[in-house]
Design a protein around this ligand. Structure first.
Ligand SMILES: Cc1cc2nc3c(=O)[nH]c(=O)nc-3n(C[C@H](O)[C@H](O)[C@H](O)COP(=O)(O)OP(=O)(O)OC[C@H]3O[C@@H](n4cnc5c(N)ncnc54)[C@H](O)[C@@H]3O)c2cc1C
Length: 417
């Protein structure tokens, strides 16, 4: 079933009776070449690129709930390529390029909107740091523009420019950054993978990983045992728990991150805007809701809901930056479980168990990574060697101390990244 303007027109005129299911609802088979644990954005994109780039289609994605019910459906949908350090820079640059062609690639409307992101700075020191980052982004081949205070005012006239405590000195704009519809990304990759023969199995929780003589043999699930030549753990906030099934203790802490959406409003905010003094960022969805968030709740938890001090903090930051948002009613708030690594950068690597692979450590920035992560993980699983854009995402960097990519210079404290 291909989507096109003509098809939408035809279905609209004939009662929308011709649309089929977007993917097959598969039941588990006895054995697969590859089993992917986790039906989030990264698991689904890995399955898609295993089939598309490597012709490996005897694959199952095992999801304990429903596809897209994890963080892929809970994030604030920001897509950008503004990393500075080698390792991250080329990876996120690759990801943004994949995003730019994703709708055509998947024949699916993921509502990619390159509306631009502006990160504000509020001191000379912050300006210097962001100028340096902007130069690194340009050096990587991505776009970045420094804006003066007046330049920011032209784009974002509704900000509080008279706030003496947090004066706005300027900002850095990435025009190619923006937003995409989060769950459509999961659905698009799911549909593409399923069409190529991948089994997507929902309500199938992995409860154990079978290992014999240092080699993975398969998994135990709530729907029975499944044999597999290769297994990839791609479960974001549950990474430590699932890796423990293979006897691994990961350098990952799970933390809650909240997000909020207001009632639908007329178009007011054209960009993604990030406050430079507090962790607060905002955009407006196509339905009109203001979508915004802030920092982690600051203690480790597996609860996919947040707490009131976090809510207060985000609202305060929003009011300090743009007092006009105080008039909007907040309709919903929710939380997701973030897989925080000690340097704020991800892991895509083999494990000490032969045939067992790991993809995790996305912190609160893994949505924008979904296409490149799937691309790189599929490459690793298929060929046994890291993809050139993800060669630095090694697990052993936390043991040896070599190759750490501490983008925020926060040190080895998971919740500060
Ligand atoms: C509030 C919030 C805002 C965010 N904002 C952004 C943003 O603006 N930009 C950005 O780039 N990133 C953002 N992120 C981060 C991003 O959403 C995550 O990094 C990314 O979605 C994680 O990867 P995933 O999609 O594969 O995870 P998930 O969707 O969580 O997928 C993992 C899946 O594994 C399944 N699973 C777990 N255990 C098992 C098991 N034992 N057996 C089978 N299945 C299992 C889970 O049910 C889940 O569906 C945000 C996150 C949150 C919560």
């Amino acid at each position: 079933m291909r989507f096109s303007g003509l098809r939408v027109l035809k279905e609209g005129l004939t009662g929308n009776k011709g649309w089929g299911a977007h993917w097959r609802d598969a039941s588990p088979r006895e054995a697969y070449d590859v089993v992917i644990i986790g039906g989030g954005g990264h698991g689904l994109s890995t399955a898609y690129y295993l089939a598309k780039n490597h012709g490996i289609t005897n694959v199952a994605v095992l999801e304990k709930g429903y596809l897209g019910g994890g963080n892929i459906g809970r994030n604030t949908t920001i897509v950008r390529a503004n990393y500075m350090l080698p390792g991250n820079a080329e990876f996120y640059s690759h990801s943004l390029k994949l995003w730019e062609g994703l709708e055509q690639e998947l024949n699916y409307n993921v509502m990619m909107s390159q509306r631009g992101q502006i990160v504000l700075f509020h001191s000379d020191g912050q300006r210097d740091a962001l100028a340096r980052k902007g130069n690194a982004m340009l050096g990587q081949g991505d776009d970045a523009e420094m804006l003066s205070r007046e330049g920011v005012r032209r784009h974002l006239p509704y900000l509080d420019f008279d706030n003496a405590r947090f004066p706005i000195y300027g900002g850095i704009l990435q025009r190619r950054a923006g937003t995409a519809r989060h769950d459509a990304v999961a659905w698009g990759f799911a549909r593409g993978a399923s069409d190529r023969g991948v089994d997507l199995i929902q309500n199938c929780e992995v409860t154990g990983i079978d290992i014999e003589n240092g080699t993975v043999r398969g998994v135990q699930t709530t729907r029975g045992a499944i044999r597999a030549k290769k297994v990839a753990i791609i479960v974001a906030g549950r990474s430590s728990q699932v890796a423990a099934m293979a006897g691994m203790r990961l350098p990952i802490e799970s933390h809650v991150l909240q997000a909020f959406v207001s009632e639908g409003l007329k178009p007011a905010i054209n960009h993604v805007v990030s406050f430079g003094m507090e962790h607060f960022y905002i955009s407006q969805s196509d339905k009109g809701g203001l979508v915004f968030g802030g920092h982690l709740d600051m203690y480790a938890s597996y609860a996919a809901r947040g707490n009131l001090p976090g809510v207060e903090h985000v609202m305060e930051a929003g009011m300090a930056l743009m007092p006009m948002v105080g008039k909007a009613k907040v309709l919903r708030a929710w939380g997701g479980i973030m897989d925080m690594s000690p340097d704020g950068s991800p892991i895509i690597d083999k494990t000490p168990t032969e045939g067992l692979f790991l993809n995790c450590g996305w912190n609160y920035g893994g949505f924008k990574a979904v296409p490149a992560s799937g691309w790189a993980t599929a490459h690793l699983v298929a060929t046994g060697t890291p993809h050139e854009t993800a060669g630095k995402f090694r697990l052993d960097r936390f043991r040896t101390g070599y190759g750490l990519m501490d983008e925020e210079a926060s040190g080895a404290q998971h919740n500060l990244h």
